[in-house]
Design a protein around this ligand. Structure first.
Ligand SMILES: NC(=O)c1ccc[n+]([C@@H]2O[C@H](COP(=O)([O-])OP(=O)(O)OC[C@H]3O[C@@H](n4cnc5c(N)ncnc54)[C@H](O)[C@@H]3O)[C@@H](O)[C@H]2O)c1
Length: 266
């Protein structure tokens, strides 16, 4: 009989933002491998469907996070893996030098929103989950979905890339804090990928504006900027996350893995 290489059957895994895009592909890959997956997402209703547990969660609210974590522990008895995937992006320039309307300029509202979801959400979800791991003596794994821009910076995306840079920093520090408890903390930094819920017409319009190019040109030039000559598949990312959620990656912690087809400047 062929062996089960990943061996993540029955692991209790939470994927925040698992209802769409990258998160949904991660969920599907984990379910295929037999894990007990919870989708913690602001856009779902509580319930169970097709073997997936759904808990409506707003990761900007500590109360909402705690409710979700309590429900998951009540149902599955423990949490083995947390995938901090929920995130938002809204391109903005530091100074909108293309018009006087300051339409796509950083303001307090967008700063607070982006930091609340991408940074505060990651901190307090991880805190609540790690408490349960310590209580139950689980050698758990935290997987933070970052972005290549968090390592390299990106025109029109300084706010977003800064929140992801912060996430990379949490990854490094938490790995140092939690290593002695057998808990690993790893980052995954995707580059340019197949479309997701994040790539809305408003997002494309804002990104094109901040780069001073027509919207139609946004998808041009990948052959040159991505050494492997194609955008990332959402399943490419899901495969990496499944590997990191398994004991096959048992000696990886405190680092963020770039998954961008070799692209490194954007
Ligand atoms: N799409 C890309 O090319 C790309 C590239 C690099 C990194 N990323 C990162 O990957 C992650 C997933 O992005 P995606 O492109 O799949 O986006 P997406 O918009 O398709 O999915 C994000 C999910 O997060 C949920 N969400 C948003 N705010 C939430 C909140 N406050 N509480 C709980 N859930 C919330 C949404 O409902 C949605 O289901 C993000 O962290 C993003 O920054 C994406």
């Amino acid at each position: 009989m062929a062996r089960d290489w990943l061996n993540i059957v029955d692991k209790s895994i939470i994927v925040t933002g698992g209802a769409s895009g990258i998160g949904l592909h991660i969920v599907q890959e984990l379910v295929k491998n037999g894990s007990k997956v919870t989708i913690a997402d602001i856009s779902v209703e509580d319930g169970e469907k097709d073997g997936i547990y759904y808990v409506k969660t707003d990761i900007t609210s500590v109360e909402s996070i705690q409710r979700m974590v309590d429900l998951v522990v009540e149902r599955f008895g423990r949490i083995d893996v947390l995938v901090n995937n929920a995130g938002i992006n809204a391109p903005r320039l530091l100074v909108d030098f293309y018009s006087n309307e300051r339409k796509y300029e950083i303001d307090e509202g967008i700063f607070d929103k982006m930091v609340n979801v991408n940074q505060k959400g990651v901190v307090f979800t991880t805190q609540a989950v790690v408490r349960t791991m310590l209580e139950n003596k689980v050698r758990g794994i935290i997987i933070n979905i970052s972005s290549e821009s968090g390592m390299e910076g990106s025109v029109g995306q300084s706010l977003y890339s800064a929140t992801k840079g912060a996430v990379n920093s949490y990854t490094r520090s938490w790995a140092k804090e939690l290593g002695k408890h057998g808990i690993r903390v790893v980052g995954v930094a995707p580059g340019i990928n197949e479309k997701t819920g994040l790539t809305t017409p408003e997002y494309n319009e804002a990104l094109a504006y901040t780069r001073n190019i027509p919207v139609e040109d946004l998808d041009k030039g990948y052959e040159k900027s991505i050494p492997l000559g194609r955008v990332g598949k959402l399943d490419d990312i899901a495969n990496l996350v499944a590997f990191l959620a398994s004991e096959r990656s048992d000696y990886i912690t405190g680092t963020t893995i770039n998954i961008s087809g070799g692209k490194s400047r954007g």
